[in-house]
Design a protein around this ligand. Structure first.
Ligand code: E4P
Length: 217
């Protein structure tokens, strides 16, 4: 399973990168705004800075919602750096743009996926990644993990190459359950990634090993 971090915060990206387990980064307009990044020049520079910190794919989201605008923005983003993946919303114009980018060899991440039907369309249109938002489904009393299972079954039935990028991850159990189901990628906050480290028996065991070592040294 690939691990992406879902943030536009450079310090958090560096922290995850230092663990040696980071495969990429996802951002979205809300995450960019949270970091106070605004204006086209600063936004584009920020994407380049993120690409220079990590080795893997970096999703950069378009703001346009019409085909021509999505294509123009996406091509500009893709030309910034070879690691950029153009993030396109799951709307009719977005599906057309996914096909356009796919035919041109530009990587895409189809975002705001909330149903198996949307994921099927994105795969048909040649998306590199599809992003089901499991946390936001859980927020409205709908089983987000079930959506991951449905998409896994559908993609396996037809050997679609689109990778399932489990998004809107909120905690460690989301990551573990997505891994059990076979999501190809997960993107989550640093807190969920580092949460995987924790077990009280590890802490107790280590304290005992160190204490026993100290007795004889
Ligand atoms: C995915 O690409 C999105 O940026 C993200 O996972 C959304 O997560 P949220 O529901 O916590 O905002």
């Amino acid at each position: 399973m690939k691990f992406f971090i879902d943030t536009a915060n450079l310090e958090e990206i560096k922290e995850a990168q230092s663990l040696g387990i980071l495969d990429g980064v996802t951002t979205n307009p809300s995450l960019m705004a949270k970091e106070g990044i605004s204006g086209e020049k600063d936004i584009l520079n920020h994407y380049v800075n993120i690409c220079n910190l990590v080795k893997g794919d970096v999703s950069a989201e378009v703001i346009s919602v019409d085909f021509e605008g999505i294509v123009e923005e996406g091509e500009k983003l893709a030309s910034l750096h070879s690691q950029i993946v153009v993030k396109v919303p799951m709307i009719e114009e977005g599906v057309k743009a996914l096909r356009y980018f796919s035919d041109k060899g530009i990587k895409t991440n189809c975002t705001l996926i909330f149903s198996a039907g949307q994921a099927l369309l994105a795969a048909k249109a040649g998306a590199t990644y599809v992003s089901p938002f499991i946390g936001r489904l859980d927020d409205v009393s709908t089983d987000g993990l079930n959506l991951i299972s449905e998409i896994r079954d559908i993609y396996d039935n037809y050997a679609y190459e689109t990778e399932i990028l489990a998004a809107s991850i909120r905690h460690t159990m989301h990551i573990i359950n997505c891994a059990k189901i076979g999501a190809d990628v997960m993107t989550g906050p640093i807190s969920a990634i580092k949460g995987l480290l924790k077990h009280p028996l590890t802490d107790i065991g280590l304290a005992k090993f160190l204490a026993d070592h100290k007795k004889n040294n």
